[in-house]
Design a binder for this molecule. Structure first.
Ligand code: AMP
Ligand code: MN
Ligand code: MN
Length: 345
């Protein structure tokens, strides 16, 4: 289970699954279908979108595009994924497709400039697993109990009668292993391992995939991580005494080490291991006075509450938001929200 927020959606109903199947099955042969995942796409966003896209291709959908808001660069660890040929820059995406499908997008704000497609498309289908999902589609397959959006994507492919093959499986496996932290997080249920078993049965190589997406980074990024970790601060009194550890990285840091912004996505994993802190935080500069903030908790704090209070979203133990001002000001605001986000027990 990811979130337990009051009013959180339950798993999709039979009617919602049937509506989603019908939306795909009733497409005319010449229909244009546009797939969109969230800004700064991660493994689940790209993997669920491309895996599902390959499935649609197997069903005979010919006019098919995949895209995401912002610069069209795919992070290096994902540049081998099957289905990358479906990707187009946002400006080249169909302006008025018959069907738009969103992957791992909790709210319209995560669609950037592509949000207009929700209005111009014939129909909008949402596949997601964020409890905070605002159900902005005409049809919403939102399962807050799913470990990744790829779980929902596999469920829909299965209902559409698309068999798993190694290409689809590689995409869905990247998505599943990313969002479960390599099958380590609490969301790693028996059903997750059963899905992983189905994916592995297609012949994909888990060692090779893990090395590419988790265990490979340029030496410049290793040095940059060293700097950022070296200036991490531990605040044992924060979060009602559960502790906060945090650090930051600036655009100048990236430039000095000649690294693209996405390399910082993994920095939180090197910070959150701090034994003395329940909550960890990385503040990553994206522009002057603008920071992408990653928050993690080991279980004492609902960091999605902090993120939502500060304009973002996410899951109970992994959340984020966009912060403004200086890094210190952003962390001041987080500190102020932490006590109110403590979980009972
Ligand atoms: P990250 O720290 O970027 O890996 O994100 C952790 C979780 O927080 C993911 O589930 C994201 O969907 C969510 N998240 C991160 N940034 C934002 C944001 N600016 N707005 C809404 N949700 C976010
Ligand atoms: Mn995501
Ligand atoms: Mn996800």
């Amino acid at each position: 289970m990811t979130d337990a927020a009051a009013g959180a959606p339950e798993a999709p109903t039979g009617g919602e699954w049937a509506a989603a199947v019908a939306a795909v099955r009733q497409l005319p042969a010449d229909a244009r279908v546009l797939l969109i995942c969230h800004v700064n796409p991660d493994g689940d966003a790209l993997g669920s979108m491309l895996g599902f896209g390959l499935g649609l291709r197997r069903l005979g959908v010919r006019q098919l595009q995949a895209t995401f808001p912002g610069p069209p660069e795919v992070p290096e660890p994902f540049r081998w994924l099957p289905g990358l040929d479906l990707l187009v820059p946002q400006d080249a995406a169909y302006p008025d497709p018959e069907l738009v499908i969103c992957f791992d997008v909790a709210s319209e704000s995560r669609l950037g400039d592509l949000v207009d497609r929700l209005g111009s498309a014939g129909a909008a289908l949402v596949l997601d697993h964020h409890a905070s999902n605002t159900r902005f589609g005409g049809i919403n397959l939102v399962d807050p109990h799913a470990a990744a959006t790829s779980v929902v994507a596999e469920g829909l492919l299965d209902r559409l009668g698309v068999p798993l093959d190694a290409e689809i499986a590689a995409c869905l496996y990247v998505a599943l292993s990313t969002d479960t932290g390599s099958f380590r997080f609490e969301a790693t249920t028996p059903a997750v391992h059963e899905m992983a078993a189905r994916l592995l049965a297609t012949g994909i190589r888990p060692g090779e995939i893990s090395q590419r997406i988790f265990d490979t980074r340029p030496f410049g990024a290793v040095r940059l991580f060293g700097e950022a970790i070296g200036r991490a601060r531990l605040e044992p009194g924060a979060a009602g005494g559960r502790g906060l550890v945090w650090t930051y990285a600036t655009l100048d840091d990236l430039a000095r080490h000649d690294q693209p912004p996405y390399v910082l996505e993994a920095l939180i994993d090197s910070v959150r291991c701090t034994a003395e802190a329940d909550v960890s935080c990385v503040v990553k500069q994206v522009a002057a006075g603008e920071w992408a903030v990653s928050l993690r908790s080991k279980g004492a704090v609902d960091v999605s509450r902090v993120a939502v209070a500060l304009g973002g979203g996410g899951h109970r133990f992994a959340a984020g938001f966009t912060g403004r001002g200086s890094a210190d000001e952003v962390v001041d605001r987080i500190r102020a929200e932490l006590d109110g986000a403590l979980l009972a027990g």
